[in-house]
Design a protein. Structure first.
Length: 307
C-alpha cells in the first residue's frame, strides 16, 4: 500500500513538472541561449563576417573601456545618468504603494474601476506612442507653448523636449505616468488579503480611516514593498533603453544616455559590437552580485530571502 501511494505521488509530481516544461523552454530560449553572444566580447568582430580564431583578442575590449581619459569620462557620465535615474525611481518607489492605498479607499465602485483602468492602460502603450503624446503637448509648436503664447505668458516657445534641464526628473515623471497604475496592482492584491476582522475591530474601537491606513493597511503591505524594492535594487543598472531611446536628441544626449542606451548606441551607431558586448557582460555580473547581496540583506532583515 505504501509503495502504491509513493508511485502515485511520483506520477503526480511528473505531471506537475510537465506543466512548467513550456515555460522552462521559453526561459532557455530567450534568457539563456542569447548568452552565447557573449563570445563576441573576446573577438574583434566585424559583421557580416563569421567569427574566427584569428580574430580572438582576449580581454582587449574590457581593457579598452578605461584605456584613456575620453573613454573613462564617457563611461562615468553614462554611469552617473544610470545611477541618477535608478536612484530617483528607488527613492520614489513608495508612490505606487500609496496610490494603491488611497485607490482602495474609494468607496464608489464604478469610479474606482474607472480610475484603476485609466491609470493602468498607459502601461500597454509603447514608448513610441508616449513620445508622440509628449511631442504633441510639449513641442515648440505643441499645446502648452501655443496656449502660453496666446495668453501672453511667454514670448518664445519653451524647449521642453530639447532641454537637458531637470531631465532625470522629467524621465521619472513619464515613467511614473506609464507604470504607476500597473505597479499598484501588486499592492492592491496585498491589501485584499488583509484580514477584514482587523478592520472591523479597529472601527469598533473608534479608529478613523487614516488611523486604519497608518496602523493596519500600510504595515500589512510593507513586506510586499520591501521585496519589490530589493528586486529593483538588484536591477539598479538596468534602466531599459526604450524610453531613453525615443526621448534622446542632440541637445540632451549627455544627460539621458543610460548604460543600456549606451550599449545600444555603441553597437548600432558606431559598430562597436564587441565593446558593447563586453560592457553588457560586466553589467550582468554586477547585477547578479547585487541580486545576491540584496537577497542576503533580505535574509538578515526579514529572516527569509526572495530567491
Amino acid at each position: 500500500m505504501k509503495a502504491f501511494f509513493s508511485n502515485k505521488k511520483k506520477v503526480r509530481g511528473f505531471k506537475e513538472f510537465l506543466y512548467i516544461v513550456p515555460f522552462l523552454l521559453l526561459v532557455l530560449l530567450f534568457s539563456y541561449y542569447p548568452l552565447y553572444g557573449w563570445v563576441y566580447a573576446f573577438f574583434d568582430y566585424k559583421p557580416p563576417f563569421p567569427l574566427s580564431w584569428d580574430k580572438f583578442v582576449g580581454f582587449k575590449w574590457f581593457v579598452s573601456m578605461v584605456e584613456n581619459d575620453v573613454k573613462r569620462r564617457q563611461l562615468l557620465m553614462v554611469l552617473r545618468n544610470t545611477f541618477a535615474m535608478s536612484g530617483i525611481s528607488l527613492i520614489f518607489s513608495w508612490f505606487p504603494m500609496i496610490f494603491a492605498v488611497f485607490l482602495n479607499e474609494i468607496k464608489c465602485v464604478p469610479f474606482k474601476k474607472v480610475v484603476q483602468t485609466v491609470t493602468t492602460l498607459p502601461n500597454f502603450i509603447s514608448w513610441v506612442l508616449v513620445y508622440s503624446i509628449a511631442y504633441c503637448i510639449f513641442n515648440s509648436t505643441g499645446v502648452v507653448n501655443a496656449i502660453g503664447m496666446n495668453l501672453g505668458l511667454i514670448d518664445t516657445p519653451v524647449l521642453f523636449l530639447q532641454s537637458s534641464e531637470h531631465l532625470w526628473f522629467k524621465m521619472w515623471l513619464w515613467l511614473t505616468w506609464k507604470n504607476a497604475g500597473w505597479a499598484a496592482i501588486m499592492y492592491i492584491a496585498a491589501i485584499s488579503g488583509i484580514d477584514e476582522e482587523l478592520m472591523e475591530a479597529a472601527k469598533v474601537d473608534g479608529a478613523s480611516r487614516m488611523k486604519i491606513i497608518w496602523h493596519i493597511t500600510i504595515p500589512s503591505i510593507l513586506p510586499t514593498y520591501f521585496v519589490l524594492v530589493m528586486l529593483n535594487l538588484a536591477n539598479f543598472l538596468s534602466n531599459g533603453m526604450e524610453q531613453y531611446f525615443v526621448f534622446q536628441n542632440a541637445f540632451n544626449k549627455d544627460a539621458i544616455q543610460v548604460l543600456d542606451l549606451y550599449v545600444y548606441n555603441l553597437a548600432m551607431g558606431s559598430g562597436g559590437y564587441s565593446l558593447s558586448t563586453a560592457i553588457s557582460i560586466l553589467k550582468s555580473v554586477v547585477s547578479v552580485i547585487l541580486l545576491c547581496a540584496t537577497n542576503k540583506i533580505s535574509r538578515l532583515i526579514r529572516g527569509e530571502g526572495f530567491i
